[in-house]
Design a protein around this ligand. Structure first.
Ligand code: NAD
Length: 512
């Protein structure tokens, strides 16, 4: 099923203008001709903007560093008050922010609103955290000594974000960094500058209303070069970079070369195992959202389904039927479930992967065709594809950032886990089973090797309460909930001697 037409570029532009104005962005101040804000809904340019130069990036880092000098000694619960106000403002502007996410990333309304909710949730989490930045105390081996750990702010955090979560990933980093006493310089994707301006305006307002220092969060618009300044700046002790593994391969070593810290959240190639005991209604429902939702453009998108051979034909048949009923089209329409790919390059990469899969013996059983090309010739709507593969070939082992699901079959669970882990990435995974032994085996140390391992849940749609991130080429970083905050602080081990005597550790005697 395909929905009729798509909004006109003028309508989309008007919606973006209204949303920006509602969030307090004076767009005129950012106009220029070195960066174009586009929409994947029609593929058209909306506004000409001014990209920040390397000199602008240096100034932003300096301003954020100056703000840090005040912010680091502001009590953490007071820092939390700023994040509390930010969360309120994000909730109040939920509709406008979601509009901008849809305009720039092409997310359907419900997912765009969900992404804004994720920002509100992480603000709530961070406010609580502002009173819980606990250090440990340990028993000292020396009499009259106290041994403890204290946690201190790090400095300016460089936050580089990807197009597909244009606001949530910024909020994961920024809400936590701010309560930890850090300041932020944000380099959003060049594909989503407008959402970044809106979030920044709301944070600036929250800072002004709560008496926080100015310049706690600076935004740098533009392509990779602006981000590269953050990567190389010795004034930026932590670079939290979300995007492709290709980007991480450049960023990681450059930050390490200056002994900075990198928190990398990179590509995934997520799989779910379907066992013969699985509830197939639940499995198919979960798999359709995980594989086709967000038009396959989530880092956690389900890209491989590893199905037991006894149920493979049934599962594929039911998936194909469900895919046939997916409404594809304008993400602003309430009925749409699959919006556009972000741009032509994404479409080209999806077609190339389909060709390679066919050359490797794969059988296309659903989708792959472009849709709405007449109504929106510069936009790229596609029908989500399913390809049955005889083996896990190179193309399956790569992340193609599009709605392309490979189906593989297995005979026993060891083989399924081997296939599951035999990819370079390690982000998210799931098993569908009603057999607890299988579930436990998948969760065990020799089970799935990912940062996120689920049972009877698809690979996408994590909650903010847990730490989020993945292993291997996904980069090893953890953001968001649990104790991910530790990455944003430096730890000091303190030993206090109140004994009035010098006692050396390990019984060393140095008396003269
Ligand atoms: P991308 O790598 O093209 O760009 C991501 C960001 O990195 C952009 O802001 C870009 O300008 C910047 N960048 C690129 N090269 C850089 C460099 N050399 N120095 C500094 N900055 C640089 O990714 P994308 O197409 O925007 O997003 C899709 C990718 O992101 C997918 O691979 C997806 O899996 C991944 N992703 C991962 C997570 C996660 O949490 N693991 C979350 C979202 C997206």
């Amino acid at each position: 099923m395909v929905t009729a037409a798509v909004s006109s570029t003028d309508d989309v532009r008007a919606r973006a203008e209204a949303a920006l104005a509602g969030c307090g962005v004076e767009l005129a101040a950012f106009k220029g001709d070195t960066l174009t804000a586009r929409t994947p809904i029609t593929g058209a340019g909306l506004f000409g903007l001014r990209a920040d130069t390397p000199a602008d990036a240096d100034r932003a880092v300096e301003a954020a560093h100056t703000a840090f000098l005040t912010w680091r000694t502001t009590p953490a619960p007071v820092r939390g008050a700023l994040v509390k106000r930010l969360g309120e403002l994000l909730a109040e502007h939920r509709e406008q922010l979601a509009d901008l996410v849809t305009v720039e990333a092409g997310k359907i309304r419900s997912e765009a609103l969900g992404e804004v909710q994720e920002m509100v949730d992480i603000c709530d989490f961070a406010v609580g955290l502002s009173r819980q930045l606990y250090g440990r105390t340990m028993p000292s081996e020396r009499p009259g000594h106290r041994l403890m750990e204290t946690w201190h702010p790090l400095g300016v955090v460089g936050v580089i974000t990807a197009f597909n979560f244009p606001v949530a990933v910024w909020a994961w980093n920024t809400a936590v960094a701010l309560v930890c006493g850090d300041t932020v310089v944000w380099k959003p994707s060049e594909l989503t500058p407008l959402t970044a301006l809106a979030c920044t305006a709301l944070l600036d307002r929250a800072a002004a209303e709560t008496g926080a220092p100015a310049h706690l969060n600076q935004v740098l618009l533009g392509a990779a070069e602006a981000g590269e300044r953050l990567v190389d700046s010795p004034r930026v002790p932590l670079v939290s970079a979300t995007g492709s593994t290709r980007m991480g391969r450049t960023v990681g070593p450059r930050v390490a070369a200056r002994f900075g810290r990198a928190l990398l959240e990179l590509g995934g190639n997520n799989a779910a195992v379907v066992t013969p005991s699985a509830d197939l209604d639940l499995t198919v429902n979960a798999a359709v959202f995980a594989a086709a939702g967000t038009a396959g453009q989530r880092c956690t998108t389900l890209r491989r389904l590893i199905v037991h051979e006894d149920v493979a034909d049934t599962v594929v048949e039911r998936l194909v039927r469900a895919y046939g009923r997916l409404p594809i089209g304008d993400p602003f329409r309430d009925t749409t479930l699959v919006g556009p790919l972000v741009n032509q390059a994404s479409h080209t990469r999806m077609q190339a992967a389909l060709d390679r899969a066919a050359a490797d013996g794969g059988t296309l059983v659903a989708g792959g065709e472009r849709q709405l090309a007449e109504a929106a010739p510069d936009a790229y709507y596609v029908r989500p594809a399913i390809v049955r593969m005889p083996a896990q070939t190179d193309v399956v082992r790569e992340e193609t950032f599009a709605p392309l699901l490979y189906v593989l079959t297995y005979r026993d669970l060891d083989e399924a886990i081997r296939l599951h882990n035999d990819v370079p990435q390690g982000l998210s995974s799931g098993i569908f089973t009603n057999d607890q032994r299988e579930a436990e085996r998948f969760l065990a140390a020799d089970g799935a090797d990912c940062g996120i391992v689920n049972v009877n849940i698809g690979t996408s749609g994590a909650e903010i309460g847990g730490a989020f991130g993945g292993e291997k080429e996904t980069g090893g970083g953890r953001e968001s909930g649990s104790d991910a905050w530790r990455a944003y602080m430096r730890r000091a081990t303190n030993t206090v001697n109140y004994s009035g005597r010098v006692t050396l550790a390990q019984g060393v005697n140095f008396s003269r």
